[in-house]
Design a protein around this ligand. Structure first.
Ligand SMILES: [Cu+2]
Length: 150
């Protein structure tokens, strides 16, 4: 009889310990989950700006065709020091090799592909994103976007 009572107490003791362990591990799992979510958020803190390559085209009464390639949007705004990923999708035009004036940044946007350009400017100013083949009206441009940092 006494043995049975002892066993019941032991059972309750282990049940209590088990519940405590479950509670503690749940707390750790939730805490770890929070950390993972926080890390994801800080990755997501890099703002995304999406841009496309566009084309204006028209036919004159005399049959002459006019066209102009553009970055759209043509102006984007960044805070000084802010990290931004610029996603440029190639819609119109086979390819647009580009550079950003005053930086080492250069690349190419191809039709049907997306080019990701990480941006971070530590100096205020206006930076021009220039397509090398459509840089002026004479070359079916100007395909220039303005990056304004302040
Ligand atoms: Cu171009």
């Amino acid at each position: 009889m006494k043995f049975l009572v002892f066993k019941k107490e032991t059972f309750i003791f282990f049940l209590a310990v088990g519940i405590m362990l479950a509670a503690i591990s749940t707390w750790f799992v939730l805490k770890a989950g929070d950390t993972a979510v926080f890390n994801q958020q800080s990755e997501d803190n890099i703002r995304e700006i999406h841009m496309v390559t566009a084309e204006f085209k028209t036919t004159m009464k005399n049959g002459k065709q006019l066209e102009a390639y553009r970055w759209d949007p043509g102006t984007i705004f960044l805070e000084k020091g802010e990290k931004v990923n610029l996603f440029i999708s190639g819609i119109n035009g086979e390819k647009h090799p580009f550079y950003i004036e005053g930086t080492e940044i250069k690349g190419e946007v191809k039709k049907g592909e997306e080019t990701i350009v990480p941006l971070q400017f530590n100096k205020e100013g206006t930076y021009r994103l220039i397509c090398e083949v459509h840089s002026s009206r004479d070359h079916n441009g100007p395909m220039i976007a303005y990056i304004i940092v302040d």
